[in-house]
Design a binder for this molecule. Structure first.
Ligand code: AMP
Ligand code: ZN
Length: 470
């Protein structure tokens, strides 16, 4: 039981030794909820979901705390809400719900904790006050800035020299900065702009301070793993290290820094700004497969490339994933009458995951078990292989659909062609209720007949009308 992980901070694969095996902590930077997630944003969610499952497998469910935050304070959110003419709360609520639905379709389990930045503003103000008191931050024209020269180790995580840091951070030229590399901890919100009262006037936090404060609130000053996409190494994570190490008594902060590579399209990072993105929702909707099945196919694609390497999104990749999953489900179907040996652990799969989360090899192992099961003749052997297949698939978050759903494969397009989606049926029932209230029985009967013709049976009761498909 030894997990090895590539630690960005050390630039090498290290053996993972938790501070306390009874209390393993992992913090991963979550979404900024201003717009729907694209499949690139889903890559870290799926990768760290597998890492969380592996940690739970090794240390026990009750000994792992996985925290993934929601960034619901950020200038893109203010702009996004203004553009759509809705409130910030409406936008962040809607986007968060959409994110949860999209990630659930990809088989991503909810983390143990999901703090929101707006719930931690007081903690941010306090950490900024501490940084000022310790001489690591200063106030200038309503802003509070972190003083980069006050921290000799700044740049160590990302390994950048000073010029690269200034260039890479695209640090805005601001006359009030004492040093061009200094970054914002707090900024003013003039007029009726969204903000909170603070010792420096009404304002809002910078993005980096949010994660320093939320990770401390949920996991303490020092914890085991900090993750995110590799675009976050600089400046976001470098700045988190600076803030946390300078403000906290314990200078350890995160011990293992784990970063996933980019999902690309034609070799270019998928991003909102380049416009080369597919949202998870669009991908799920463009297939005729049931949502959970489609989600598993995309999850398989995301796991089929080493997490540190670039993953180029292609139709072929999706087709391969679908075929591989089909091999697994076909084996499970052939084993349908066999009682799985539940004492089996997913040894081979675990072995590869322990090796710096080698998901492509873990998937190969799973398919090898499926093929072996197809050939097995002996009942004990079948039970053993079914047990292994199910345990390995669970660890990877795959083969979680029913056999019926997988082999049915497609949504009932007949319903969609008739316009009779679940929502459509509910709307017709509402219209029928209204017609009955208005004593328009002809229309009410017409709706009942229309639904009956489409195979929808209505059941009236004093509590209202329910329906089922015939
Ligand atoms: P954001 O909502 O933009 O803050 O991004 C959420 C997460 O998605 C971060 O961990 C990013 O590093 C990650 N991310 C964004 N684009 C990509 C991409 N093309 N490939 C992989 N990860 C990405
Ligand atoms: Zn973060």
């Amino acid at each position: 039981m030894t997990i090895k992980l590539y630690n960005t901070a050390k630039r090498e694969v290290e053996t993972f030794v938790p501070r306390d095996p009874k209390n393993v902590g992992m913090y991963v930077c979550g979404p900024t909820v201003y717009d729907t997630a694209h499949i690139g944003n889903a890559r870290p969610a799926v990768i760290f979901d597998v890492l969380a499952r592996l940690l739970r497998q090794e240390y026990g469910d009750d000994h792992v705390t996985y925290v993934r935050n929601i960034t619901d304070v950020e200038d893109k959110i203010i702009d996004g809400a203004a553009k759509r003419g809705i409130s910030i709360e409406e936008l962040t609520k809607e986007t968060t719900a959409q994110y949860h639905a999209d990630m659930a379709a990809l088989g991503v389990e909810l983390p143990n904790r999901e703090p929101k930045a707006t719930e931690h503003i007081q903690g941010m103000i306090e950490m900024i006050e501490t940084l000022i008191a310790k001489g690591h931050a200063y106030e200038a024209e309503g802003h509070v800035l972190f003083s980069v020269p006050s921290m000799p180790d700044y740049g160590k995580l990302s390994g950048r020299n000073r010029d690269e840091m200034i260039e890479g951070a695209r640090v805005e030229v601001a006359p009030f900065k004492k040093d061009p590399a200094d970054f914002v901890l707090w900024k003013p919100s003039p007029g009726d702009m969204h903000g909170w009262e603070s010792p420096w006037g009404k304002g809002r936090p910078g993005w980096h301070i949010e994660c320093s404060v939320m990770s401390k609130a949920e996991l303490g000053e020092a914890f085991d793993i900090h993750g995110g996409g590799r675009d976050l190494i600089f400046p976001h994570h470098e700045n988190e290290v600076a803030q946390s190490c300078c403000a906290n008594d314990d200078k350890t902060f995160a011990r293992y820094w784990v970063h996933n590579g980019f999902l690309t399209v034609d070799g270019k990072k998928m991003s909102k700004s380049l416009g080369n993105f597919f949202t998870v929702r669009d991908l799920l909707e463009k297939t005729t497969r049931l949502e959970g099945c489609a989600g598993e196919i995309y999850r398989f694609v995301l796991l089929n490339t080493d997490y540190r390497k670039p993953l180029n999104w292609t139709e072929d990749g999706v087709t391969n994933a679908e075929n591989s999953l089909d091999t697994i489900y076909t084996a499970l179907k052939a084993l349908e009458g066999v009682e799985a040996d539940e004492t089996q652990v997913a040894e081979g799969v675990i072995h590869h995951l322990e090796n710096d989360l080698d998901t492509p090899f873990a998937l190969k192992e799973l398919i090898a078990i499926a093929k072996e099961a197809n050939k097995a003749g002996d009942a004990t052997e079948k039970a053993r292989l079914k047990g292994q297949l199910l345990a390995g698939a669970k660890l990877l978050g795959l083969a979680q659909q029913s056999l019926d759903d997988w082999f049915k494969g497609v949504r009932d397009t007949g319903e969609a062609e008739n316009g009779l989606t679940d929502e459509g049926i509910d709307a017709l029932i509402e219209e029928r209720d209204a017609a009955k209230k208005n004593k328009n029985y002809a229309r009410a009967d017409e709706i009942r007949d229309e639904l009956k013709a489409a195979g929808i049976i209505l059941e009236d009761s004093p509590e209202g009308t329910t329906w089922k498909r015939a």
